[in-house]
Design a protein around this ligand. Structure first.
Ligand code: SF4
Length: 513
């Protein structure tokens, strides 16, 4: 019998260290402390997230089958993830059949080189861009710049960020941290020929951007986009947006290059019915987004005559290989979880150091890029950037259980790093909680902590090794007596009897009282 050596089985590769934007330069606690000092940022975030939250709640409450839609979205994404290899091959065949060309990129370096090569082949030194998380993730603009190609962002907020040499801080509203006056100043400084009397009235700012972009739409022959969905059944790609800039980029240039994360594939065209309801309501709080562009390969005489689809892995198969963490790949980037997150609302997106901020970023980034590519990898702190309040789970249109994923990632980190003090402390707590007598004695002993409390009943400073805890939060003084003691006391018995009587009354039909 002959044998073929297939190589050693290996874990799928993560996104490589040092390429793209999946890693900041500071751990979350330090980056968050830095951002917390920015009062303007907090005010802008508070106002914007509160407005979007209210709109989302209003439009999702209108649909009697909203919960069923969420379940359908989750089921479809789970199906897509479980059939990913097969669906991607089907997508490739259909795109090719329709006149497009499909390229596969293992990581950011490969994707960037591919796009640069495709642009170079057109002879253009400029590209126009539709807002895209995938190209942001791989740092495409910076790479193109290093190759002498200028990428012009055409989404208004993305343009503001680009002109300011800034980084996006929100998935949907990248310039959420900027106010109108800041934007006016950026336009005056960076847009050539802008009216020097430009005011900060939104309509005037939008008109200034429109005039600048119109010239790019009409002259640049190559566009680069992301994709919200890719349909395996038909080879159709889709971009969902609000400003019409996407429609211009996807229809006017001669060449269109789309970079799509492999997790964006959906099995059937009919699946769009579910996602085109879930996405706009969850992201912008609109019943329907103004522009949905769908295209399949190329159509002679209509739209781009050359179409390239770059299918990007960059750590996605590594995430898929994690039985628990793979759920994060179901994300449709609506940003609803960011808008309800109390941590994100205070620190903003830059503190997460990644293209993907907020609750989904705290689970997706460590999975795509890993957490120990470098000593003190900042990504290792991301799963701890949450209060685990659960608001993100309630808001997510595809029911991603982000809090459980965060806990699992924390568990994996602790298992791997074997943090001595933390593990010992947890073992000690488990030993005490498993022995009722010891637990009662520990509760009684904890009452001594009342001595450390101030007049306001809180302990502001604990001795090492607990000082890390009290550095950022107050601890309530232990109660005078435990719940068990109260439960067994005369007062406890009376309160329980009164509660039982009250419940009996509530359950008695009105006429019988
Ligand atoms: S995790 Fe859910 S709520 Fe958050 S961006 Fe993704 S789809 Fe939206």
């Amino acid at each position: 019998m002959s044998s073929t050596f297939l190589g050693m089985p290996a874990r799928p590769p993560r996104s490589p260290y040092g390429e793209g934007h999946l890693r900041g330069d500071q751990a979350f606690p330090q980056a968050a402390a830095r951002e917390l000092g920015n009062r303007q940022l907090r005010d802008n975030l508070h106002k914007a997230t509160r407005t979007i939250r209210a709109k989302r709640l209003a439009v999702t409450a209108e649909l009697p089958d909203w919960e069923e839609l969420r379940s359908a979205g989750a089921a479809l994404k789970n199906e897509a993830m479980s059939r990913l290899p097969e669906l991607l091959e089907q997508l490739e065949a259909k795109v090719t059949e329709a006149g497009g060309t499909v390229h596969w990129a293992r990581d950011a370096a490969e994707a960037n080189a591919l796009v640069a090569e495709l642009v170079a082949a057109t002879g253009s030194r400029e590209v126009i861009k539709v807002k895209s998380m995938a190209t942001q993730e791989i740092g495409l603009n910076e790479y193109l710049e290093s190759q002498g190609v200028t990428a012009h962002e055409t989404d208004l907020a993305e343009l503001i960020v680009q002109l300011a040499d800034d980084r996006p801080s929100h998935i949907l509203v990248p310039a959420i941290h900027r106010n109108r006056e800041e934007i006016r100043r950026i336009f005056l400084e960076r847009i050539p020929g802008v009216d020097p009397d430009l005011t900060s009235v939104p309509a005037e700012l939008a008109a200034a951007a429109r005039a600048y972009l119109r010239e790019k739409f009409m002259t640049v022959p190559v566009a680069v986009s992301g994709a919200n969905f890719g349909i395996a059944e038909t080879g159709t790609l889709s971009v969902v947006e609000s400003e019409g800039n996407g429609r211009m980029c996807l229809t006017l240039p001669k060449t269109l290059i789309t970079v799509m994360g492999i997790e964006k594939v959906l099995p059937r065209y009919a699946d769009l019915e579910v996602f085109l309801q879930l996405l706009p309501r969850s992201s912008t709080g609109e019943r329907m987004n103004p522009y949905t562009t769908l295209w399949t390969g190329v159509t002679p005489g209509d739209g781009p005559q050359e179409f390239h689809l770059v299918l990007l892995d960059n750590g996605r198969t590594a995430a898929l290989a994690d039985a628990v963490g793979r759920e994060a790949l179901n994300c449709i980037r609506c940003s609803a979880c960011l808008n309800v997150c109390p941590v994100y609302e205070r620190v903003g997106g830059h503190a997460y150091g990644s293209t993907y901020p907020g609750p989904i970023g705290a689970v997706l980034t460590p999975q795509l890029a890993g957490t120990h590519a470098a000593k003190d990898d900042p990504n290792a702190s991301l799963p701890y950037a949450s209060t685990l309040c659960g608001a993100c789970y309630d808001a997510c249109p595809v029911k991603i259980d982000i809090p459980s994923l965060l806990v699992e990632l924390r568990h994996q980190t602790t298992e791997r790093t074997g943090r001595g003090a933390e593990q010992l402390a947890m073992k000690a707590v488990a030993a005490v909680m498993g022995r009722p007598k010891l637990y009662r004695a520990a509760q009684k002993a904890a009452a001594i902590g009342r001595i450390a409390a101030g007049r306001d009943g809180t302990i502001s400073r604990l001795p090492p090794p607990l000082s890390g805890w009290s550095e950022s939060r107050d601890t309530p003084a232990p109660p005078r007596r435990t719940f068990r003691d109260w439960y067994a006391s005369e007062e406890g018995r009376r309160a329980l009897a009164a509660a039982a009587e009250h419940q009996d009354l509530d359950e008695t039909p009105e006429g019988e009282r």
